[in-house]
Write a protein that binds this ligand. Structure first.
Ligand code: Q9C
Ligand code: ZN
Length: 346
């Protein structure tokens, strides 16, 4: 299986994120996630580790607003050169907003922090000097995997870091900046595929939901922890089914805390039935390994056997699949879990 990866992910390494209560804690999305994953993959006989091809910004701009993309590109430099607007004594190694747009806001502020809040869904997506480059390369990995499908591979894996599924058309959030899975799906649609995105990360794929909410072009489904109790809190509820022409083309499957193999697999069966009915010709899977037992950000109890069964159910759809890495933060098990999943899929 072709595995696309880039060294550039290391350039994105924010010291902290901000949690509820203003708690400044180490971010879970750290470079060793990818380093250990690739080291583990390198030991298999079937993983072919490759650098991404260069597609430039076009596939990114097919999903994200140009003003958001250029904000991400220049924000950290602006922050460094302006010294912030709060005075030279105020410095921080990351750029994070403190105010967010209220529901009926229409203005894009001029100030750096005004824009930062406008383009953010929360305080879990700090921007540092290398964020844009890392996110750009992660997106190139996703499109490279999509292209591999397009030229005949039955599956390909993009080792995306930062992840993508919380990023919307014009916002970052939850460790995500560019929506790698959406970018891959849009690119496949452009090559005349009929595409579905199945998101199995522990957290609701709000960005993917948002991006395709009003279009039937891409069927989107997300199985995740109930947002009533978990990040991203404001999206991922069962009654959100799309709007306008897109009505009926989005599905959320919120599950309770502690969900284990049996309940998860029953829900996945419902999701795959919906996918079959849509009759796609390709699929993108937002592969979050934070559903696995022992993840520090999740509380599902999916076992190794359960993970295999999930992969087999997806494999039985018989579609070409692009896998985009999303979450999965247990550094001791991430590599093995990815291998377990992909081997079962193959
Ligand atoms: N107390 C992904 O798995 N944590 N993102 C918020 C709030 C953010 C996870 C903590 C978790 C984001 C791609
Ligand atoms: Zn997640």
């Amino acid at each position: 299986m072709k595995i696309y990866k880039s060294e550039s992910h290391k350039l994105h390494n924010p010291e902290f994120e901000v949690y509820e209560g203003g708690l400044k804690l180490p971010i879970f999305d750290v470079p060793p996630r990818i380093d250990s994953l690739l080291a583990t993959l390198a030991k298999t006989s079937w993983a072919e580790l490759l650098e991404p091809e260069y597609f430039g910004l076009d596939p990114v701009l097919a999903v994200h607003d140009a003003d958001y993309v250029s904000f991400l590109q220049s924000a950290f430099t602006e922050w460094e050169t302006s010294g912030g607007e709060l005075g030279p004594e105020y410095t921080s190694p990351v750029l994070l907003p403190a105010s967010f747009p209220p529901r009926r806001s229409t203005k894009i502020p001029k100030s750096l922090f005004g824009r930062c809040g406008y383009y953010s869904l929360g305080t879990n997506a700090p921007i540092v000097n290398g964020t844009f480059k890392a996110a750009f390369e992660a997106a190139q990995c996703a499109v490279s995997a999509a292209k591999a499908i397009n030229v005949g591979s039955l599956s390909a894996f993009a080792a995306c870091r930062p992840p993508g599924h919380h990023a919307g058309i014009d916002y970052c959030g939850g460790y995500c900046y560019f929506n790698n899975a959406a970018i891959a799906a849009k690119w496949l649609v452009k090559q005349n595929y009929k595409c579905a995105i199945l998101d199995i990360d522990f957290h609701a794929g709000n960005g993917t939901q948002d991006i395709f909410y009003d279009t039937p072009e891409v069927l989107t489904l997300s199985i995740h922890a109930n947002p009533m109790h978990h990040f991203p809190s404001f999206m991922g509820y069962q009654d959100e089914r799309g709007s306008g022409e897109g009505l009926g083309y989005h599905y959320n499957f919120p599950l309770p805390s502690g969900t284990g193999d049996a309940d998860y697999l029953m829900t996945l069966k419902k999701a795959t039935a919906v996918i079959r009915e849509f009759k796609p010709t390709a699929m993108v899977v937002s592969l979050g390994l934070d559903i696995c037992e022992g993840d520090p950000t999740g509380n599902f109890t999916i076992s190794v056997v359960g993970l295999r069964n999930i992969a087999e159910q997806i494999s039985e759809l018989g579609l070409p699949v692009v896998f985009c890495l999303e979450g999965g933060y247990n550094l001791n098990t991430l590599g093995l879990n990815v291998i377990t999943f992909l081997e079962a899929f193959l």
